[in-house]
Design a binder for this molecule. Structure first.
Ligand code: ASP
Length: 338
């Protein structure tokens, strides 16, 4: 039987970095040289692979909608030529890119696995080698039909992932959804959680640079300072509230702003600062007013997924009313509906 063939898309990140006088920076030639020096990558037990580099390669802190579109275009242009895709990416914004791609790659039924590492592949002791090899094997396996993230032994649905640790090798968590697979002695898939093959044909929805904002509530927040950006500048705002969707209701500043923003066409999504659990508007008096003022519950979505979903829905050209309605719907497994 012919070997499966996968495509690696190298965007940058620690996995491909080397030390410079200003700290670690992503490298192109040096990374390719390191890959050439790992014989296991060319073993009979590995899929065949090609690699395409982004130009330039980036620290993922510099990722924007433009780079998400470029990654999407590479996948679209090569979709029929490969069994799966591995996106090599920095860890800092990997959960955002994974969320964005999960929406942008409409009807995707091939594995798209994002991975990276906390220690560069060129270092003697690193987590990069296992992350890379296991991600490649998952991308060549036909079990996964969605965008996911592999890191430190865990395969996570892309739009459920968060970067949970800045220095541990198990850097990513999936606080509100079980892992799609765990890689121990064997890679064990959680088959009932994997998405079914899509019945839509594949297409890429490119994103527009829609003005989106995230506001984290804290004790003493002076909401009036956010009035003009929420009302006039932004099309979508994710408010990271306390607990189940609670905001301070003394001072009466936020609700009039939310009402004005909603009337002005801004979609306000309520997420929680707690990684685990869901928003439940109306559970407390301090949250019920949010809903009445026109905000929509993000339920158990991560902020990363909510931001990416806002970009996606506005890029689809939907009206404010439709964006609001769809924010509460389950589009790609990003939200649990009861
Ligand atoms: N700053 C790096 C990045 O996100 C961190 C990493 O890759 O671990 O590109």
């Amino acid at each position: 039987m012919a070997k499966k063939k996968i495509l690696l898309i190298y965007t940058g990140g620690t996995i491909g970095m080397s030390k410079t006088s200003n700290g670690y920076a992503p490298m192109l030639e040096a990374f390719h040289e390191t890959l050439r020096n790992i014989p296991d990558l060319y073993s009979d037990n590995m899929p065949a692979w090609d690699i395409i580099d982004m130009d330039p390669v980036l620290d993922s802190s510099n990722m924007t909608v433009r780079e998400w579109n470029k990654i999407g275009e590479v996948i679209r242009d090569n979709y029929n030529s490969y069994s799966g895709f591995v996106v090599l990416h920095g860890t800092d914004t990997m959960a955002y890119t994974a969320s964005a791609l999960s929406f942008m790659l409409e009807g995707c039924d091939k594995p798209v696995v994002l991975t990276g590492s906390q220690i560069p592949l060129c270092e003697i002791r690193n987590d990069a080698r296992d992350n890379l090899i296991t991600a490649m094997l998952i991308a060549a396996d036909s079990k996964v039909h969605e965008v996911c993230l592999y890191f430190g032994g865990r395969l996570i649905r892309g739009n459920r992932a968060i970067k949970a640790s800045s220095d541990e090798l198990t850097a990513f968590a999936s606080p509100n959804f079980d892992y799609l697979a765990e890689a121990n002695i064997e890679v064990k898939y959680n088959s009932k959680l994997l998405r079914k093959k899509s019945d839509r044909s594949f297409s890429l929805r490119k994103l527009k640079n829609v003005p989106i904002g995230v506001i984290k509530v804290f004790p003493g927040i002076q909401f009036e300072l956010f009035d003009s950006i929420m009302v006039e500048s932004l099309k979508g705002v994710v408010i990271e509230t306390f607990g189940t969707g609670n905001i301070p209701d003394t001072g009466d500043a936020l609700l009039p702003i939310i009402r004005k923003a909603a009337a002005n066409g801004t979609v306000i999504v309520v997420c929680s600062q707690c990684p685990r659990g869901a928003v439940s508007l109306g559970a407390y008096e301090v949250s019920s007013a949010l809903e009445k003022a026109g905000a929509v519950s993000g339920n158990d979505m991560t902020t990363e997924a909510a931001v990416a979903k806002l970009y996606y829905l506005f890029s689809c050209g939907y009206s404010q009313k439709t964006v609001k309605k769809k924010m509460a719907e389950n589009l790609r497994g990003e939200i649990s509906l009861v």
